[in-house]
Design a protein around this ligand. Structure first.
Ligand code: BGP
Length: 471
């Protein structure tokens, strides 16, 4: 690609506290909802008992090894690291009135380290976890009281880190409550639609209030939302498939529509009526929602199809949800359909819809990596995946889309959110640890490490034109 990405484009990777840190009870941290999901978001919930096992208790021990890991990110040339703060490190029970100083001090150390390497932090306030106490005592986001707990937490971290953290996101994949209500909102899986949408409403109000706090406390910061980009194409060009696709895409678009425009879109009136959902929206909520985000961020792993034909069942795994498989696409080992061109499509689509800057804050390939006889990981499949997606980002920029940056998911191997496997590896950096927790935790560079280093250094000029399949 002769095209170079703009100089201001941020290059890096994305991690989440509960998938890398470990140290799940250190320095006063409280239990989080992630701590009771030892098999990941798709698995069962457990009560924590002394001595029981959750791979995330240690994860990849980023809590202690962050200087080495951040140095490796810097070696690749990262200008940005997306990370999350574990809410339960700062407010162990969620409803505490005073923050936990040891938790705050930990993230000071992380930001010091990033500063040392000139890496811009992009911080998610809540990435698939909340203090467990809030889920147990308040029914998670079903309770309006949680809005205040969250805004207290957001205010604390904005005040503490605002002088050095200028890029923020509110909730990771805020639409996930539709698919995994416990992971998204601390709600049981069998909650009613009424409860689910009321919880989502509370979360949207909390998000908007955090945006306002951020604007007031850190006027030179930018804060975005974060959506699981679940783009569907019509399975056929039958008009009924078109309408079905429109309706299904609105399920995830609703979140961005509210966060970017400041009010519920009119199409939700009929949807709520059809579902029998009556939301309690106060005049204060309506006022709060008016504070809109500065940019849109999203994760992108796959696309799928929608069909009005009831015989067409969802047959492809797609992150936290399921979709109808697209016959033109191949899938990853975990069944997620790989669609680089869809990323160009989605970037254009979202920019047309919102006219706000976009940030791709997750994209990557989960794969089983097997070291060769010399102990090296030759992960050409990952290089191809990332190359082809980044190539399409370049195309979208040339289409006129304003793209702030790209943080690949899991620049270092980490614990999978959906299945809690470490063998589902995304990293440029290999971590010696298996699904049973065996291994030295030593880090090593994969072939993709050097590839990404080169891409960042050339600002995308060395991306290869996709040579087969889609272009
Ligand atoms: C997104 C989550 C991440 C991450 C990623 C990959 O949904 O925001 O936390 O884990 O997907 O998913 P998985 O880890 O299940 O492979």
């Amino acid at each position: 690609m002769s095209f170079q990405f703009p100089e201001s484009f941020l290059w890096g990777g994305a991690i989440a506290a509960n998938q890398v840190e470990g140290a799940y009870l250190s320095d006063g941290k409280g239990l989080s909802t992630s701590d009771v999901q030892p098999k990941g978001a798709h698995g069962e919930l457990v009560d924590r008992k002394a001595g029981d096992y959750n791979i995330k208790d240690t994860a990849i021990d980023f809590y202690h090894r962050y200087p080495e890991d951040i140095a490796l990110f810097a070696e690749m040339g990262f200008t940005c690291l997306r990370l999350s703060i574990a809410w339960s490190r700062i407010y162990p029970n969620g409803d505490d009135l005073e923050p936990n100083e040891a938790g705050l001090a930990y993230y000071d150390r992380i930001f010091n380290e990033l500063e040392k390497h000139d890496i811009t932090p992009l911080v998610t306030l809540s990435h698939y976890e909340m203090p467990l106490n809030l889920a147990k005592q308040y029914q998670g986001w079903a309770s309006r009281d949680v809005i205040e707990c969250f805004t207290r937490y957001a205010k604390t971290v904005f005040e503490r880190y605002g002088h050095r953290v200028k890029r923020w996101l509110t909730f990771n994949e805020i639409n996930v409550t539709l698919h995994e209500p416990f992971t998204g909102s601390g709600l049981p899986r069998d909650c009613t639609e009424q409860t689910r949408f009321q919880a989502i409403h509370h979360q949207l109000v909390a998000s908007a209030k955090a945006v306002k706090l951020c604007h007031d406390i850190i006027p030179d910061a930018k804060i975005g939302n974060m959506i699981l980009g679940a783009m569907l194409y019509p399975l056929t060009c039958h008009p009924s498939d078109m309408v079905k696709t429109l309706m299904q895409n609105r399920e995830w678009l609703m979140f961005g529509d509210i966060q970017a425009r400041g009010y519920y879109p009119s199409y939700m009136t009929r949807k709520f009526r059809d579902m029998g959902v009556e939301l309690n929206i106060t005049p204060e909520d309506e006022e709060a929602l008016k504070e809109t985000i500065d940019f849109i961020s999203f994760s992108y792993y796959m696309t799928g199809c929608a069909s009005a034909d009831p015989k067409q069942a969802d047959n492809a795994d797609a992150n936290m949800l399921q979709m109808i498989a697209n016959p033109y696409l191949k899938a990853s080992e975990w069944g997620w359909q790989i669609d680089p061109v869809g990323l160009r499509y989605l970037l254009n689509f979202l920019y047309d819809r919102y006219q706000k800057p976009l940030f791709i804050v997750e994209n990557g390939l989960g794969a089983k990596d097997v070291p060769n006889e010399s102990g090296e990981i030759i992960d050409d499949y990952r290089i191809t995946y990332l190359n082809d997606h980044l190539y399409q980002v370049g195309e979208a920029i040339q289409d006129g889309v304003e793209v702030m940056g790209y943080t690949s998911w899991g620049p270092i191997d980490l614990v999978s959110a959906s299945t809690a496997q470490l063998s589902k590896r995304y990293g440029f950096i290999y971590v010696d640890r298996d699904d049973n927790g065996e291994g030295s935790l030593a880090r090593s560079r994969k072939k993709s490490f050097y590839w990404y280093q080169d891409i960042i250094q050339s600002r995308g000029a060395t991306l290869a034109a996709p040579d087969q399949g889609q272009s």
